[in-house]
Write a protein that binds this ligand. Structure first.
Ligand code: ZN
Length: 499
C-alpha cells in the first residue's frame, strides 16, 4: 500500500468511525432525556449494531495496514494525521493484547456489576456487591499485565483516564494538598458560619430555566450549536463541534444546585465547541482527557462561578427572578453563601474546599486495592475510618459511604484523581491567564470574551492533538504543579471565613 492510498483509506474509515460514534452519542442522549420508557430494549439493539459496525471498521485489515503505513512515514505526513493514526493504532494494539473472550466476559461482568451495585446501594448492602468488585479488581490487574507488563498496575489504570499520570505523580500532588486541606477544613469548622438561610427557599423551575438561559448567554455559548435537556445526573455530550448538548437537573428548593451544574456543564460544552474546525469529524476533535475537561468545567464552576465579582454580577438577575428570596442579600453575602464549606458524606454534593478530600480518600483506597494491600471486604471499614479522620464525619451506612459512586461498579478504577487534577490545572491556568487578561474586571463587566479567547487559543482549539501534560505545559509555559491550587484555596477560604 502506498502512502497516498493509506491516507485515502485512513480518511474514509475515520469519517465512518466518527459518524458511528456520533450516532451512538445522540441515541444515548435521547435515551437519557426524551425517549419513551419502553424504548430501552430497542435502543440497546441499535447501539449494539452500531458498536458492531464500529468494531468491524476499526479492526479492518486495510484500515490497520493504512495506520501502519502512516506510522512508518511519520516524517512525510502532517503531524495531526500522524497523531490521529497513532491514537487508533495504540487502541488497536492494546486491544489485541487482551484475549477476545476475556474482554467479552469482562463487558458482561461490568453490565451485571452495575445492576448489582444499583440494588446494593439501594439496600445499603455492600456484601452483595463485594464479589463483583473483587472480580473487577482482579480482571483490571490481569488486563494491565497483558497491555503493559512492565508498568505498575495502578499506573496503567491512571494512564487510561489521564495520559501520563502515575501513582508517583498522584503521591506528589495529593501529598502536597492533604495537609493543607486538613488544616483549612478544621479552621473553617471552628470559624463563624456564613449566612445561608436564603439558599434553600422555593425557586420556581421556570425561573431556574430562565436563569440557565441567562448564564448560557453570559458565558458566550453559541446556541446554534448547543442544546440543554433535563436528566437525573447532569452531563455533557457532543457529536461534533457543531452539536454539543448538556443535560441538567432542577431542584425547586436548591437553585444553586442547577445553577452550578449548568455552569459546570457549560464549561465542558465551551471546550467541545471551541475545538479546532480542522479536527472536526476526526478522533482529534474533542477534549483531550478527563483532567483537562474537568479543568475547563471547574474553571467556570468554581474559579469564575464562585468568585466575588460573579456573585455581584448575577445578583440583580436573581433579585429579578426571585425578589423575595434575595430581598436583603448583598453581593458579599451571596458570594460567601455560594462558597459555604461544610464536611459532608456525599462527594457530588460537597463544596469546593472539601471536594478534593473526597477524592483523596478514593485515590488512597483504589491505590491500595490495585496493589493488593487492601482486600475488598475491608473496604467499607477503611472508607469510614478515613471519612472520620479526614473530614470528621461519621458514615451511617454504606449507601452514604462506599457505595455512593457508580465508578467502581462500572469498572472505572483510576478515574477519580482526574477530577481533583482538573481543579488544580484550572488554578494554574488562571495564574497564567492573568498575565494577559484582567480576569476580575471581565467578570465584573460580564464580558467573558477575553477569558474564552484565552482558553480557546491555549486549550480548546488543540482538541486531542497534544497529550494533557504537553498541552498544560504549553499553555502555562511551566510543568504542572499543585502550588497554584493550594494558594488559591488558602487565599479564598481565608477571606471567606476570616481565618
Ligand atoms: Zn464534569
Amino acid at each position: 500500500m502506498t502512502l497516498d492510498q493509506a491516507l485515502s483509506i485512513f480518511d474514509e474509515y475515520q469519517q465512518k468511525l466518527w459518524a458511528l460514534s456520533a450516532a451512538s452519542g445522540i441515541i444515548y442522549h435521547d435515551g437519557n432525556t426524551v425517549a419513551p420508557k419502553k424504548s430501552a430494549q430497542a435502543r440497546g439493539r441499535i447501539i449494539a449494531a452500531l458498536a458492531e459496525q464500529s468494531y468491524g471498521i476499526s479492526t479492518d485489515k486495510s484500515f490497520m495496514e493504512a495506520l501502519e503505513v502512516i506510522d512508518c512515514n511519520k516524517d512525510k505526513c502532517d503531524g495531526a494525521i500522524v497523531k490521529s493514526a497513532y491514537l487508533y493504532l495504540k487502541e488497536a494494539r492494546d486491544m489485541a493484547k487482551i484475549p477476545a473472550e476475556e474482554y467479552v466476559e469482562f463487558s458482561r461482568h461490568i453490565n451485571e456489576s452495575s445492576a448489582v451495585w444499583h440494588e446494593a446501594k439501594e439496600n445499603s448492602d455492600f456484601a452483595s456487591f463485594a464479589p463483583y468488585l473483587e472480580k473487577t479488581v482482579e480482571t483490571l490487574r490481569r488486563f494491565a499485565s497483558y497491555t503493559d507488563p512492565e508498568k505498575d498496575v495502578y499506573d496503567v489504570c491512571l494512564d487510561s483516564y489521564e495520559k501520563g499520570l502515575t501513582t508517583e505523580k498522584c503521591e506528589q500532588f495529593f501529598g502536597a494538598l492533604k495537609p493543607v486541606l486538613k488544616e483549612l477544613i478544621s479552621k473553617v469548622a471552628a470559624a463563624k458560619p456564613v449566612r445561608t438561610d436564603f439558599m434553600k427557599e422555593h425557586f420556581p423551575i421556570d425561573k431556574q430555566k430562565a436563569l440557565a438561559d441567562y448564564i448560557t448567554e453570559l458565558m458566550g455559548i453559541d446556541t446554534d450549536r448547543f442544546a440543554i435537556a433535563e436528566t437525573e445526573h447532569p452531563y455533557t455530550t457532543d457529536a461534533s463541534r457543531y452539536d454539543v448538548r448538556i443535560a441538567t437537573h432542577y431542584y425547586e428548593d436548591a437553585f444553586a444546585s442547577a445553577l452550578f451544574s449548568n455552569i459546570h456543564e457549560n464549561g465542558h460544552a465551551l471546550y467541545e465547541l471551541g475545538t479546532g474546525e480542522e479536527y472536526a469529524f476526526t478522533n482529534l476533535g474533542g477534549g483531550v482527557s478527563m483532567g483537562i475537561h474537568e479543568s475547563q468545567s471547574r474553571f467556570y464552576e468554581n474559579i469564575i462561578g464562585r468568585s466575588y465579582p460573579f456573585a455581584n454580577l448575577i445578583l440583580p438577575k436573581l433579585k429579578e427572578l426571585a425578589p423575595a428570596q434575595f430581598r436583603d442579600v448583598d453581593g458579599e453575602t451571596l458570594w460567601k453563601a455560594l462558597c459555604e464549606s461544610k464536611p459532608s458524606l456525599i462527594r457530588t454534593e460537597s463544596d469546593e474546599l472539601t471536594y478534593t478530600m473526597h477524592i483523596i480518600i478514593r485515590y488512597e483506597l483504589e491505590n491500595l486495592l490495585m496493589h493488593g494491600e487492601l482486600t475488598v471486604d475491608k473496604l467499607p471499614e477503611e472508607w469510614n475510618r478515613r471519612y472520620k479522620e479526614y473530614l470528621g464525619v461519621d458514615v451511617p451506612d454504606d449507601k452514604h459511604g462506599v457505595l455512593q459512586d457508580s465508578h467502581w461498579s462500572g469498572g472505572s478504577i483510576g478515574y477519580f484523581p482526574s477530577y481533583a487534577l482538573g481543579s488544580a490545572y484550572g488554578a494554574q491556568l488562571l495564574c497564567k491567564m492573568k498575565e494577559s487578561v484582567n480576569v476580575e474586571q471581565c467578570i465584573e463587566k460580564g464580558d467573558f470574551a477575553p477569558i474564552n479567547n484565552w482558553l480557546e487559543q491555549n486549550i480548546w482549539r488543540h482538541g486531542r492533538r497534544y497529550d494533557p501534560n504537553e498541552l498544560l505545559t504549553m499553555a502555562c509555559k511551566q510543568e504542572f504543579t499543585p502550588d497554584y491550587f493550594i494558594d488559591y484555596l488558602t487565599e479564598k477560604y481565608t477571606k471567606i471565613y476570616n481565618l
